[in-house]
Design a protein around this ligand. Structure first.
Ligand SMILES: Cc1cc2nc3c(=O)[nH]c(=O)nc-3n(C[C@H](O)[C@H](O)[C@H](O)COP(=O)(O)OP(=O)(O)OC[C@H]3O[C@@H](n4cnc5c(N)ncnc54)[C@H](O)[C@@H]3O)c2cc1C
Length: 416
């Protein structure tokens, strides 16, 4: 592997969490990856070389998660530079994210069930001493399963895990340690710099056999050994023949929330960690911007300092690119600062990029009536890309991929 490749997209000793949470840094990373890393992505992406070498993948997820850069611009950039074949595998991975976002949006009960599952999982585990001990060992990296312990520690230190390690970790958590999957997903949400309600919840459900019903993902010692280049002691016995999990609850498909009309009058832009590049969303410039960050902590919503800092930096970057006087507040009570700023700017319209299912959306839906009482209208504007792709995310990934293939081609800059 060339020196350039190793260093160009490396988390390196400085760690991903220390990278700048800005659009400029995300774009630079994308361009580095497009010019060096992409060439070997298809062949090498499944190898986990360890936390100090991420040269074979893009490690762009923390920026994509906050929409500092969007799926659409990644696809456009790659199709501009490469014939579709060369970028196909990478674009497919980006499309996985789009699929999960669209699917969860149309199956919102899955998110509610996950939140309830965290609470019931905690109660269940903590009410039994030996299960409580095992859970504690799992989240501190002391189970005695060498690879699993190493990934638990890596996650807490580096705020990132390779996709293959996430699959193996989740599978061992569910089928070898037999811990509730929701607690594993919650552990990921606390520490992953890219922790995302849709990608994370649905990936854990996919591993468990709940997403593609009846088909689970089993971590195999031989596979771990091969794709980590023998970095771990593999003497621990992994459960390599487990049956998929099942659930009694049905999660019926629901229509996507309706599209909202843009205000024709002046408006303020609200920036949240769900979309930190919403500057041209409304097709006109806002009179001001406000950034809000969730401050609360609970059993189902906790994040490490690294995750919090990255989100804070991303929202600050999003606000600063719109307005040099825009404020960013970390607070539990969101209605008041919005109402105050609207009044001081003499506007009654607030626009924010559509907030997909997750804690920010829950917060905003909760304060909507308060804003309405104060005469303020909050509009959620969906990005055109989401509007176009999400309605196709109704079944499995491969059906989604097939039905969106043409839409992806149309993102090529010179597409007819
Ligand atoms: C159990 C489990 C939990 C996960 N939790 C998250 C999560 O909370 N947030 C998250 O963004 N991804 C999650 N993933 C998906 C995937 O592991 C990460 O997106 C990927 O590892 C990020 O690294 P990268 O940017 O180098 O990816 P690359 O391989 O370089 O891919 C490019 C981009 O495509 C998207 N992407 C790639 N693979 C996937 C995938 N399988 N599912 C969804 N999007 C994908 C990401 O935005 C990523 O940045 C999870 C996967 C598993 C198995």
């Amino acid at each position: 592997m060339s020196e350039e490749l190793v260093t160009s997209n490396n988390t390196g000793p400085s760690r991903l969490a220390n990278a700048a949470p800005t659009r400029a840094a995300g774009l630079e990373r994308l361009n580095n990856f497009a010019s060096t890393g992409l060439k070997s992505y298809t062949e090498r992406r499944n190898y986990d070389y360890g936390p100090e070498d991420r040269s074979n993948i893009s490690a762009l997820s923390p920026w994509v998660r906050r929409r500092l850069i969007s799926e659409q611009e990644i696809i456009e950039t790659l199709l501009e530079t490469f014939p579709h074949g060369a970028a196909e595998k990478y674009i497919q991975q980006v499309i996985w994210r789009t699929y999960f976002k669209g699917w969860l949006e149309q199956h919102p009960t899955v998110w509610n069930a996950y939140n309830e599952g965290v609470m019931s999982g905690l109660n269940e585990v903590l009410s039994d001493q030996s299960r409580a001990r095992l859970y504690e060992k799992a989240i501190t990296g002391q189970t005695g399963i060498d690879c699993f312990d190493s990934w638990a520690t890596e996650l807490m230190e580096y705020s990132y895990l390779h996709n293959h390690a996430r699959l193996w970790f989740a599978s061992i958590w569910i089928f070898t340690l037999k811990l509730p999957w929701e607690l594993g997903a919650n552990f990921f949400m606390k520490y992953l710099l890219d922790g995302d309600p849709a990608s994370n919840t649905l990936s854990w459900r996919w591993v468990s056999g709940l997403h593609t019903k009846g088909k689970n993902y089993l971590a195999m010692s031989s596979n771990i050994d091969k794709f980590t280049l023998g970095r771990f002691r593999m003497e621990a016995h992994l459960n390599e023949v487990a049956s998929p999990l099942t659930e009694l609850t049905e999660h019926p498909i629901q229509s996507l929330p309706r599209l909202e009309n843009l205000p024709s009058d002046d408006f303020l832009l609200l920036v949240t960690e769900e979309d930190c590049n919403s500057v041209d969303l409304a097709g006109q410039f806002p009179v001001g911007a406000l950034g809000l960050i969730l401050s609360e902590k609970s059993a189902v919503f906790e994040r490490s300092d690294a995750v919090f800092d990255f989100s804070h930096g991303a929202v600050t970057d999003g606000v600063e690119r719109i307005s040099s006087t825009g404020e960013v507040l970390i607070c539990e009570e969101w209605a008041e600062p919005i109402i105050d700023l609207a009044r001081s700017n003499k506007v009654t319209n607030i626009v924010t990029a559509y907030t997909p299912i997750g804690p920010v959306n829950t917060k905003l839906q909760g304060i909507k009536p308060l804003l309405k009482n104060a005469g303020i209208k909050l509009s959620f504007v969906r990005q055109k890309y989401d509007q176009t792709f999400w309605p196709h995310a109704t079944k499995g990934f491969f059906a989604f991929k097939k039905s969106t293939n043409k839409l992806v081609q149309e993102l090529a800059p010179f597409a007819p």
